[in-house]
Design a protein around this ligand. Structure first.
Ligand code: ADP
Ligand code: ZN
Ligand code: ZN
Length: 748
């Protein structure tokens, strides 16, 4: 056998290139595909990953040597490595870029630790306090505060008690009245959470059946894709927690993906209770240090369960036996920018396949694609039909806003009489209300009554949203802000009008109507600060808030027993977006948010949905909670129009500052791609619905292949590989960038 002496190495760069290095004799036993190696690169040392090994190389230049390799167990698990390679191929993204997004910043250096200081009262401190003679009131205050708490507290948390917590604690420590200790901040991402009480869980018969089926699949030790459909509150989370526990008992590992917004303290706490120190948390609010630390500990095998959002897909767990994708229809599983534009659900299926693991997709309202895959038997099907504890599904009522406006003569109507009445009833009964308005700011459109002026972002074909509390016009795409005008900037008229309703406006309206009511708004604007999201939810669960008003952020995952009413201020916000998924999204959002009401048997819930289009199919199906009917209808529609799951789509989006050039490049690409094989369709070039964003003109081409002709999607991929110049993929062409979006979730 020829000796392996060369390694192809990729570095985290935006290039399809890999680099050839010689492997010195002493390292030949340990280097393999997926190994991390340290190599010389442009006068520096860089960390890369070995893609493949060879005994010869066609490369004629000077070949440098690998300097060092990190040995097992710090190489990537093989299934993860295979998934990374698949993402690179399937989403047309240079391997280096996939690595850049898969590996946390600083993954190759020992994670820098940050510490916080904890303080606890000692026995001597208790005695001193009981018999307090000193004068120092700050010291006394701190001791009293500590006395009320059994667990050590962070010194920083004493900021409310004294202005100089550290100085006071140090002085107390010199007298042995308190004990100080250091704790690593990276070590416990759960530290923000308050411990939850353990609940006694005995599965219902239906749940037991589903869990048994899941365990049987796990026992097969091979790839089994499953779609678990279950109405909200039916125990899906409970089931996959127990399935994961089974996997752990067998010495395996489990990966659980949840949508970013669903990673509430409530959810995290359930994982903590189920897996204690074996679970690691992975989400976008981790600091780079926490990320690097968690990643390194994972490679060492410290954790057996990871729960996290999209990028947790890349968690280097070994011996993976179960991959859960919770709320698999969620749009946040799709990464849009930067590349790789991967779908974490699809990549999770691929990872499970490579690992020989069970892939468990769960949802109350699956994506049309997954519903279809289960329907035709490509996925196993499991179903939970009852809400736990005999809680009944809420009664859903539609309110026709057009009719309401006509009947009341109020054309500025925000909340209809039926919804208002229902809210007041709940307040009287000390029950809680969730109100959804999926639009932030005060009003999405600002214009002049005396001329044709409308406030539009100068950089985007998007109208400015008026934010009243900040007194600004904001573009929700590029973030541009302007002071809100007092008079029309075009004609000087004072008659500025506002059109449409955002969460701020609903808030102002409710505060005027129900002064003193505990109302909290939750949207991107009120949750920018770390921890704000958790704080609001905690206040809501503790009953300090009566009405929680917010955007889609509040639609999912929340489980509060005392919520008996859900109101949707306008169910149509996404209905008319020019995108083939808008009906599906509307259905999912309305259905999901309705499920927040009536989580307990003794408190039946109600959902009231205001709409201008009570006859719309998606709205009607959501109101009837009739999922099957909705899916049948939408599948028929997709089949007719040849949209997924009946076709595969690839979108080529051209963007640049010069409109002419953007169109030229799109036309040129069209000429590269034609003539087309039978069964492949090419639409465009056409302006994207958002014609210009951030000063870039946007033109797209859409490739479609019917699934009958192109089962694995290889034909579309081959077409792109053969006809699209690499340089266009890597760098764009003549100032025009081309984005390739495989299986796009949005065509906007
Ligand atoms: P889903 O994920 O389908 O929305 P969950 O698993 O969150 O449902 O269950 C809804 C609520 O019911 C949770 O508070 C959960 O703890 C509780 N629950 C579900 N099944 C049981 C059970 N068998 N015993 C006790 N509590 C349960
Ligand atoms: Zn004007
Ligand atoms: Zn803008």
């Amino acid at each position: 056998m020829a000796l392996i002496v060369y390694a192809q190495v990729v570095l985290p760069l935006s290039s399809y290139k890999s680099f050839t290095y010689r492997i010195p004799a002493e390292l030949r036993q340990v280097v393999r595909a997926g190994s991390f190696v340290s190599v010389p690169f442009r006068q520096r040392s860089a960390t890369g990953v070995v893609v493949s090994l060879h005994h010869e190389t066609p490369f004629k230049g000077k070949i440098k040597s690998v300097r060092a390799v990190r040995e097992e167990p710090t190489a990537l698990p093989h299934d993860l490595w295979a998934t990374i390679e698949w993402i690179s191929r399937y989403y047309f993204t240079p391997l280096g870029l996939v690595l850049k997004s898969a590996l946390p910043l600083g993954f190759s250096k020992p994670a820098a630790q940050r510490y916080e200081t904890l303080v606890a009262i000692t026995e001597a401190g208790r005695e001193a306090l009981a018999d307090w003679r000193g004068h120092a009131p700050a010291q006394k205050g701190v001791l009293e505060w500590l006395l009320a708490r059994s667990a050590p507290s962070s010194v920083d948390s004493l900021a409310d008690v004294t202005a100089q917590p550290m100085a006071v604690c140090r002085r107390l420590a010199t007298r042995d009245w308190v004990r100080l200790e250091q704790r690593s901040l990276a070590a416990d991402p759960f530290r923000l959470m308050t411990p939850a009480a353990q609940e006694q869980v005995t599965l219902t018969e239906e749940q037991e059946g589903v869990l048994t089926a899941a365990k049987q699949a796990i026992a097969r030790k091979e790839f089994v894709p499953i779609l678990l459909r279950g109405v909200t509150g039916s125990g899906k989370t409970e089931i996959y927690l127990q399935a994961a526990q089974e996997v752990l008992r067998q010495g395996g590992a489990a990966l659980v993906l949840v949508p970013e917004i669903a990673l509430t303290p409530q959810v995290a706490q359930r994982f903590r209770s189920a897996f204690d120190q074996q679970v690691a948390l992975w989400h976008s609010h981790l600091s780079p240090q926490e990320r690097a630390w968690t990643w390194q500990e994972l490679l060492k095998g410290r954790f057996s369960v990871v729960v996290g959002a999209r990028s947790a897909l890349f968690a280097p767990l070994r011996n993976l036996r179960l991959v859960v994708v919770d709320e698999e229809q969620e749009g946040s599983y799709k990464q849009e920018d930067p590349a790789p534009r991967y779908h974490a659900r699809d990549a999770a299926l691929m990872r499970a396949k490579r690992a020989g693991a069970v892939a468990l997709l769960t949802s109350a309202t699956p994506s049309v694609e997954s519903y279809y895959n289960a329907l035709i038997g490509r996925y196993d099907r499991l179903e939970l039909t009852e809400r736990f504890g005999g809680a009944v599904y809420p009664h859903v009522r539609l309110v026709d806003l057009k009719a309401e406006r006509r009947n009341t003569g109020n054309y500025q109507l925000i909340l209809s009489n039926p919804l208002l009445k229902a809210i007041e009833e709940r307040l009287d009964r000390k029950e809680q209300v969730i109100l959804l308005q999926n639009r932030r700011g005060f009003a999405p459109i600002v214009g002049c009554n005396d001329c044709d002026y409308t406030a539009d972002c100068p950089h985007c074909t998007v109208s400015f949203t008026y934010h009243k509390s900040a007194r600004l016009l904001k573009c929700h795409y590029c973030g541009t802000t302007l002071p809100s005008p007092e008079v029309c900037p075009q004609c000087g008229s004072p008659y500025i009008y506002l059109h449409g309703i955002g969460t701020e406006q609903v808030e102002e309206y409710l505060r005027g109507l129900l002064p003193g009511v505990g109302l909290r708004r939750m949207d991107t604007d009120t949750t920018r600060r770390r921890g704000a999201h958790h704080r609001i939810l905690r206040e809501f669960s503790e009953g300090r808030i009566d009405i929680l008003l917010g955007t889609q952020m509040i639609a999912k995952g929340l489980d509060f027993a005392n919520v008996t009413l859900v109101g949707v201020v306008n169910g149509d916000t996404a209905l008319f977006l020019p995108d083939f998924r808008s009906g599906e999204r509307t259905f999912q959002l309305v259905y999901q948010v309705s499920g927040r009401a009536g989580r307990r048997r003794d408190k039946p819930g109600e959902a009231i949905i205001q709409t201008n289009h009570p006859e719309d199919a998606a709205i009607k199906a959501a109101a009837r909670l009739d999922a099957h009917r909705f899916y049948n209808q939408i599948l028929a529609e997709r089949q007719e129009l040849l949209y997924p799951p009946f076709s595969r789509l690839i979108r080529l989006l051209f963007q640049g500052k010069d409109q002419e050039k953007v169109w030229d490049r799109a036309r040129e690409m069209r000429s590269f791609l034609t003539p087309l094989q039978k069964g492949i369709h090419l639409l465009g070039p056409a302006s994207a619905p958002y014609e210009r964003l951030r000063d870039n003109w946007r033109v797209h081409l859409l490739l479609k292949s019917s699934r009958e002709v192109d089962l694995g999607g290889q034909q579309l991929h081959r077409l792109i590989t053969n006809r699209v110049p690499r340089s266009w993929l890597e760098r764009g062409h003549q100032g025009v960038r081309m984005k390739i979006d495989v299986d796009p979730v949005s065509l906007l």
